[in-house]
Write a protein that binds this ligand. Structure first.
Ligand code: SF4
Length: 631
């Protein structure tokens, strides 16, 4: 397992030149190269000749800055010093980021003579220095070597990289002030273990704490710190877009967009950097991140200049294009903030009200943190949660937002319907009792149409995301005359109902299945009729019952389970349109077409639902076969 350390764009002494970055992207050039120097225990590391060849390739592509990430022992290694000398002799700028364990007095002098910038990592467990000005007693010897070699001076700066973690944000401030008092350049570092596929723990510092820290550091700088910290382009503390003009090469020669992002683009033993920069499709996307970034990062007010940290996005969401999961712009209400009691505000009542607690609204988003209850309409006996409930929860958070906008304390002035769902993905299973954080933000408001996006997190992990279309109405829609048909048939006892369904919504839907057959072409046909006591009508909405959209989608999954005789796990939903409200005691004709997904055991299904011959709902969903057991 690798330790990943990153300071975002902060190891960029001298600041950014946006025009130069844009021209390098356009011309498929590099501006910098990161080289990892491994500690002991790594196999098949690059030879000195291979590293030199990589440096030459980067120089040929225009790179001028070379950043050596010392994973341990680099500064006691003559090969590393020879490489730095070569970089300098070829006109390159060299930066070494090091814990400095192997740094001797002689090497410190050599680095100063070569004009190598050094960024020294403050050890995570080391207490903050006491006092300002002169080096305090107990200064690490290797740092003292750098100071006595003349660091910092014009042409060879000395930075202090401060780890941000549980050891204390006050400590970070103290080290920051102390660094400034010695003329050193402080910066922050985030540390995490492994890449996206390895065991993860939540970040030790919350986005709100990061925002507080950033504010305090900006205040220090405003009082005369001297760095460009307070004018940082990126509000996301560790956000950067260095991969637009940079590449990273691991000790073994793997090429990545940056060292923290475990996306392998090739290996320098098999291909050269020019081919990767010129032809790699993944890198081409990374070099133009603004067109690819999703979620809140796409619509945020800083989107033109910030794309968040792609490594953290991949770490916590498995998607390098997800919005930065740790950015406070997205996670912390700001500006004019309103607290809204969701229980009272939303029109959903009884068992169909899934939210509780206080939502926080600002002018960009609504955020609600709550724990899933142990029991509920979408919760099975074993605590399994049907993930579709998350979509309904996001819709209910929108309703709370609207109640606030309308000044409707009890939600009675809020009328509306969920009429579309797109790009719905359930990324992780959730269970009863899980702590969740829901965020919704508007992407379009046009007359009565409201489009929103939403994400659900468990800790920093993205578990679901969805795009919803809602229609606002002045009042609830009246049922169409003659829609009810009390002559619809009783359930056919021969239908092979799945025995594993134990959640009240699933059981209620199965009770509504009156006819089921498989046609000659494999399509499933069913007739559903929801009796007035169907749980989905209980509070959705009081006095104006309609089957919730998520209930209609769940019905498609259950019919597929009946047809296949297998337990399925819902994964994704797209092109869902709800065109007519489905009310009690109305026969609904349903057709489900199932196809196998290529390359795995999953299925894709197209569902169409008709009321009196007219389309009431249609959607496409994807599901995987469950490992076994019930729910
Ligand atoms: S939400 Fe995304 S784009 Fe906006 S500031 Fe945060 S990381 Fe940057």
């Amino acid at each position: 397992m690798m330790i990943q350390r990153c300071g975002g764009n902060q190891d960029w002494p001298g600041g950014r030149d946006e025009a130069e970055i844009e021209s390098a992207v356009r011309d498929k050039r590099l501006l910098s190269l990161e080289l990892e120097w491994a500690g002991s225990g790594r196999m098949r590391t690059l030879s000195p000749a291979e590293r030199e060849a990589v440096v030459e390739q980067a120089l040929a592509l225009g790179a001028r800055r070379f950043i050596l990430q010392d994973g341990g022992g680099a500064l006691a290694d003559r090969d590393a010093l020879a490489l730095l000398r070569r970089i300098r002799s070829r006109g390159g700028e060299a930066v070494v980021i090091t814990g400095g364990r192997s740094l001797s007095r002689a090497v410190a002098g050599e680095l100063a003579d070569l004009g190598v910038h050094v960024i020294w990592r403050w050890p995570a467990r080391r207490p903050a220095p006491i006092g300002r000005g002169a080096a305090p007693a107990g200064l690490p010897r290797n740092l003292a070597h750098l100071l006595s070699a003349g660091y910092p001076a014009p042409g060879f700066s000395l930075g202090i990289r401060i780890p941000v973690g549980r050891s204390g944000l006050r400590k970070v401030e103290k080290i920051w002030r102390w660094s400034r008092s010695l003329g050193l350049t402080p910066s922050l570092e985030r540390t995490w273990r492994g890449d996206a596929r390895e065991t993860r723990r939540g970040p030790s510092v919350s986005p709100a704490e990061l925002r507080t820290l950033a504010g305090r550091l900006a205040a220090i700088e405003a009082r005369g710190g001297g760095s460009d910290w307070s004018s940082r382009t990126f509000p996301a503390l560790f956000g950067c877009d260095r991969f637009r003009t940079s590449l990273a090469v691991t000790a073994e020669g793997d090429v990545r967009p940056c060292l923290g992002l475990g996306l392998k683009l090739g290996n320098v033993r098999e291909t050269d950097l020019g081919r990767i920069v010129g032809n790699d499709p993944v890198l081409a996307e990374m070099r133009n991140p603004r067109t690819k970034v999703n979620g809140f990062c796409r619509t945020c007010g800083f989107a033109a200049t910030c794309s968040g940290c792609r490594a953290l996005a991949r770490l916590w969401t498995d998607d390098p294009w997800a919005s930065d999961p740790e950015c406070w712009e997205k996670n912390v209400p700001a500006g004019d903030v309103h607290a809204v009691d969701v229980v009272r505000r939303i029109p959903h009542k009884g068992p169909m009200r899934f939210l509780r607690g206080t939502a926080w609204l600002d002018d960009k988003k609504a955020i609600l943190a709550m724990r899933l209850p142990r029991r509920g309409v979408f919760i099975a006996r074993d605590g399994t949660v049907i993930p579709l409930v998350l979509v309904e929860m996001l819709a209910q958070l929108c309703a709370a937002q609207r109640a606030h906008d309308l000044g409707s304390p009890d939600g009675s002035r809020v009328h509306g319907y969920l009429v579309g769902m797109d790009h719905v993905h359930f990324r992780k299973p959730i269970a009863a009792g899980d702590p969740l954080r829901l965020i919704v933000w508007n992407t379009l408001e046009l007359n009565e149409i409201n489009r929103v996006e939403g994400e659900v997190f468990r800790g920093p992990e993205l578990v679901a995301r969805a795009e919803l279309t809602l229609i606002k109405a002045e009042t609830w829609l009246a049922p169409e005359d003659g829609a009810a048909n009390d002559a619809s048939p009783a359930a056919d006892p021969r239908i092979p109902f799945p025995g594993w369904v134990s959640d009240p919504m699933g059981r209620g839907i199965l009770r509504a299945v009156r006819r089921f057959e498989v046609e000659a072409d494999g399509a499933l046909r069913a007739v559903l009729r929801f009796d007035p006591d169907f749980v989905g009508f209980d509070g959705h909405f009081p006095g104006h019952p309609v089957v919730p959209g998520v209930g209609l989608v769940y019905a498609g999954l259950l019919l597929a389970e009946i047809g296949l005789g297998r337990n399925l796990v819902f994964r994704s939903l797209k092109r869902a349109r709800f065109l007519k409200p489905v009310r009690p005691s109305v026969p609904l004709d349903v057709q489900v077409r199932i196809s196998r997904r290529d390359g795995d055991s999953g299925i894709a299904a197209e569902v169409k639902m008709l009321l009196g011959g007219e389309t009431a709902a249609k959607y496409e969903f994807g599901a995987d076969e469950a490992g076994g057991g019930g729910r």
